[in-house]
Design a protein around this ligand. Structure first.
Ligand SMILES: Cc1cc2nc3c(=O)[nH]c(=O)nc-3n(C[C@H](O)[C@H](O)[C@H](O)COP(=O)(O)OP(=O)(O)OC[C@H]3O[C@@H](n4cnc5c(N)ncnc54)[C@H](O)[C@@H]3O)c2cc1C
Length: 391
């Protein structure tokens, strides 16, 4: 694999860098997400005008129609320059939108894609249930046909940003007698529909990201079914494929490690760095740097496969669990660098990095759970990658 840019790729990279340097707001790391989003409104409009908030979508649907390598370059430069991205739109732009482009009708595309692109509509993902996470096909939320509607009853859990979402992509059981993967239908649910109750769940960092969502006789028009009745599993898996094939994080992790090394060195004579008092720390820092480089190579591999028209499968799973676990190891090392100062949380004046490392340490616990646990990703690598038997 040739890691150098072709002349066209180099020109595209230059264009992306110029736009970012001219237009993107400079926001210090550690700034809270709410503040970052509030200060990025004009920048997000500029991204939308260029189709850059949906780089992979075809131009006919308002995206940028970028090739796989262009997307890779775009993601890389956005990460290198720490340009804010509209992460509150990620479920719409990165998951629901691409699924509707693949499985939806023209009317559905016209109805839902513009609001995602304009940034007016926030989407959430109603997949997980109390008894259905890793084994998602066991989901029990029922949808019963009644005239031109389906009537939904049941419960979703861990539904990120459901409290601000306008729409939900939702899997529900339409045929309880069919084999479990074949009785599921994929719906788009208007979150304002009577009968929906959203209850907040506060995570261990103390923030309200996810929720429980209850359906009590919620009527969903049949026009909101994506694909065919009882074939929702296949559209649902398309959404998961889009969710897992992210390539931006490797750069972010390398930056984290570089920043941590700089910090440890620069503060070595102060109490806020343990570099001189913990001789083993330098080995750990070196390990993190090597691992971050490996993460970068794994993401190049995914981009290279996609660039050749292949669909990454177990390779995407390896990258998902490798990145999630590396992120956790980086967070552990960051707290070791800070020593006792690492316990100071956001809001405390003495907290190094405004408490960002402490926050990430706690928040990173979820990284190996969200979007499919590390065990499930390893099962995929074992069976599809290594050809091992299922049990
Ligand atoms: C921060 C965060 C945000 C989330 N956001 C959303 C969201 O927006 N929408 C949504 O629908 N869901 C969301 N989820 C839910 C997430 O997808 C599930 O938590 C995840 O799929 C695991 O399911 P579970 O929690 O039911 O755990 P379980 O499936 O009960 O797993 C429990 C443990 O058993 C292990 N395990 C289970 N099956 C196997 C197996 N076959 N082999 C080996 N080990 C196994 C798991 O790895 C895990 O360690 C979110 C989760 C988190 C943490």
């Amino acid at each position: 694999m040739d890691l150098r840019d072709s002349p066209e790729e180099a020109a595209f990279r230059k264009e992306v860098v110029e736009v970012i340097e001219k237009e993107a707001p400079k926001i210090e790391r550690g700034t809270r997400i709410e503040e970052t989003l509030a200060r990025s409104g004009e920048w997000f409009k500029k991204l939308a005008e260029r189709g850059w908030n949906a780089p992979a979508w075809p131009k006919e649907y308002g995206g940028a129609g970028m090739s796989v390598m262009q997307q890779f370059i775009f993601n890389e430069e956005m990460a290198i320059h720490r340009a804010p991205r509209p992460i509150h739109l990620i479920i719409g732009l990165g998951m629901a939108g691409p699924t509707i482009i693949v499985h939806g009708t023209e009317e559905q595309k016209k109805k839902w894609l513009p609001g995602m692109l304009a940034g007016t509509d926030i989407w959430c993902q109603g997949y997980s249930e109390p008894e259905a996470g890793s084994d998602l096909a066991s989901l029990r939320t029922r949808a019963v046909k009644d005239g031109d509607d389906y009537v939904l009853n049941g419960q979703k859990i861990w539904t990120t940003i459901a409290h601000v979402a306008k729409w939900m992509i939702c899997l529900a059981r339409t045929d309880p007698d069919a084999p479990k993967h074949r009785g599921i239908t994929y719906f788009v649910v208007d979150m304002k529909t009577p009968g929906i109750e959203v209850r907040p769940l506060t995570n261990m960092v103390g923030t309200h990201e996810f929720n429980e969502v209850f359906f009590d006789n919620v009527r969903v028009p049949k026009e909101n079914v994506i694909g065919e009745e009882n074939r929702g599993w296949y559209a649902g898996v398309t959404t998961l494929d889009f969710e897992r094939s992210s390539v931006g994080s490797a750069i972010g992790m390398k930056q984290e490690v570089e920043e941590m090394i700089d910090y440890a060195r620069e503060h070595a004579d102060e109490g806020t760095s343990t570099l001189k008092t913990n001789p083993m720390l330098r080995y750990e820092l070196a390990d993190r740097m090597v691992e971050a480089e490996v993460g970068g190579m794994l993401s190049y591999r995914i981009a290279s496969l996609q660039g050749r028209g292949l669909i990454p499968n177990y390779e995407a799973s390896s990258l998902k669990f490798y990145s999630a676990e590396l992120h956790q190891r980086i967070a552990h090392t960051q707290l070791k660098v800070l020593g006792t100062y690492g316990q100071l949380e956001r809001g405390c004046d003495l907290a190094p990095h405004r408490g960002r490392w402490c926050f990430t340490y706690l928040r990173s616990v979820g990284y190996t759970i969200e979007a499919g646990t590390s065990e499930i990703q390893r099962n995929i690598v074992a069976t599809r990658g290594l050809g091992l038997p299922r049990d």
